[in-house]
Design a protein around this ligand. Structure first.
Ligand code: SAM
Length: 311
């Protein structure tokens, strides 16, 4: 297991398998890359995973772009499963999920996060530019049927756009037996000055405080230092809500154990850092390990206590 200079172990990879997406969510940080990038082959991904696994990584999350735009995602997952005994999960907009979820599960996928940023069709279109709420809901049902567990629904809270839907989303997720992840709009320091961020950023602590008042219990996920609340939804269902609050959150960064792999074939130390990429494409195992090790050692918590206190 490798540690960075802040004592944080590195045990998890977030792999961006492509940069293109069929949705155009206006707030999307694009995982730091533009659409015109090369993508790694399944063999190249496997080599990087194998090196990381030999050095302590036991969890992998796949993301994009939209990962299901890749026809070979099942192969990528089954190659990953050869090296990773722990959790393999996927974040998707679920547009192509219904047809493929069973094969993805067979390939070795355990868990899934489905992005659904609105429960109202017109707002869904405003946010994603695609009329697909019904298709996404079918994807959620198919994932349930395939036995993926837990299913998490990602909901980025946007001021004046979907903040009024939170109680309905809590009830919707509870009705599916899914965990609702309320995610704070995240950006880097430069992005904080953008018009979009100033206009739509919503401080999740407001919702945390409101829901905490009627929570049956509140847990902490020590890995990400996230709050998880068990509450009763507006329609009386048992609901679980997690809060993902990375923005200016020093605790979040202090508990970060993850390295990213970009679709171009680089280890990236942090989604918010656009100056720390360690390329490994085309390198042999030893070369991949060098890039991996250099990336781990370059990791620095992006948000520090001083940032948080000025929030
Ligand atoms: N296309 C897939 C999807 O929609 O889930 C995977 C990629 S998407 C970039 C991964 C996750 O990042 C989604 O849940 C998305 O909502 C979230 N996300 C994107 N931009 C964000 C931002 N600026 N702040 C917070 N979350 C964001």
């Amino acid at each position: 297991m490798l540690y960075d200079y802040f004592g944080r172990p590195l045990n998890s990879l977030r792999i961006q398998v492509n940069a293109s997406c069929n949705f155009k969510c206006f707030f999307c940080h694009m995982e730091g890359t533009d659409e015109n990038t090369v993508t790694l082959s399944p063999e190249e991904i496997e080599r990087a995973v194998a090196v990381a696994a030999k050095n302590g990584v036991n969890r992998v999350k796949f993301t994009g772009g939209e990962p299901l735009l890749r026809k070979d995602l099942e192969e990528i997952i089954s190659r990953t499963r050869k090296h990773i005994a722990g959790d393999i999960s996927l974040t998707t907009n679920a547009y192509f999920l219904k047809q493929r979820v069973s094969a993805l599960h067979t390939a070795g996928l355990n868990r899934i996060n489905i992005s659904m940023h609105s429960i109202e069709s017109d707002r869904f279109i405003d946010i994603t530019r695609v009329d697909a709420l019904g298709i996404v809901e079918e994807g959620i049902d198919a994932a349930l049927e395939a036995g993926l567990s837990p299913i998490k629904i990602n909901f980025v809270v946007l001021r004046g756009v979907n903040e009024h839907q939170i109680d309905s989303m809590v009830d919707f997720a509870a009705g599916k037996g899914a965990i609702l992840q309320l995610i704070e709009y995240e950006t880097d320091r430069k992005g904080e000055e953008s018009e979009s961020f100033r206009r739509y950023h919503y401080d999740l602590r407001i919702i945390e405080n409101r829901l905490a008042k009627y929570a049956k219990s509140v847990e902490y996920n020590s890995l990400h230092n996230r709050k998880k609340m068990h509450i009763t939804s507006s329609k009386g269902r048992d609901a679980v809500v997690e809060f993902v609050r990375p923005q200016r959150n020093a605790d979040f960064c202090n508990h970060c154990t993850r390295l990213r792999i970009t679709s171009k074939g680089e280890f990236q130390t942090c989604l918010n850092r656009n100056d720390q990429f360690f390329a490994f494409r085309g390198k042999d195992e030893e070369g991949v390990f060098d890039s991996f090790k250099n990336a781990v050692h370059a990791r620095v918590p992006y948000w520090r206590e001083t940032d948080e206190s000025s929030y």
